[in-house]
Design a protein around this ligand. Structure first.
Ligand code: FE2
Ligand code: FE2
Length: 129
């Protein structure tokens, strides 16, 4: 995986873990909102970085991958505003949703991109030899 993307992925996982602990231990709501805001900000930045890399390497599945990012962010915004409006209890089902969201995207969609970048790299090394 591209080192920058890998670092982002790890940070996203760590933030979600911190948020999860905060929620499951019933710690302060403000702290949970803070983690959630950080998570949203990092996801936005990460998607942007990843999309730039896809453009640079002319990734064939860029459109689908970008659409997935967009719809993931929309879900996140909608959940966040529901939470803020007090319409969704901040609890385990919500955490499960976020976790699935992240795992599915990292393991499937991002993994395909990773394989593509690996292949590009291998081909470049071959043509340099
Ligand atoms: Fe992605
Ligand atoms: Fe990613």
């Amino acid at each position: 995986m591209h080192p920058l993307l890998e670092k982002d992925h790890q940070q996203l996982i760590d933030l979600l873990e911190a948020l999860n602990k905060c929620v499951s231990k019933g710690q302060s709501k403000n702290q949970a909102y803070k983690y959630l805001d950080d998570f949203v900000t990092l996801a936005e930045e990460h998607f942007k970085n990843e999309e730039e890399i896809m453009e640079t390497y002319k990734y064939p599945e860029i459109v689908d991958h970008k659409n997935e990012h967009t719809s993931l962010l929309e879900q996140l915004y909608s959940l966040r505003s529901k939470l803020r409006g007090g319409h969704t209890p901040f609890g385990t089902p919500y955490m499960k949703l976020l976790r699935n969201w992240l795992e599915d995207h990292l393991l499937d969609t991002d993994n395909k991109l990773e394989e593509f970048l690996y292949q590009v790299n291998a081909n470049n090394n071959e043509s340099n030899n």
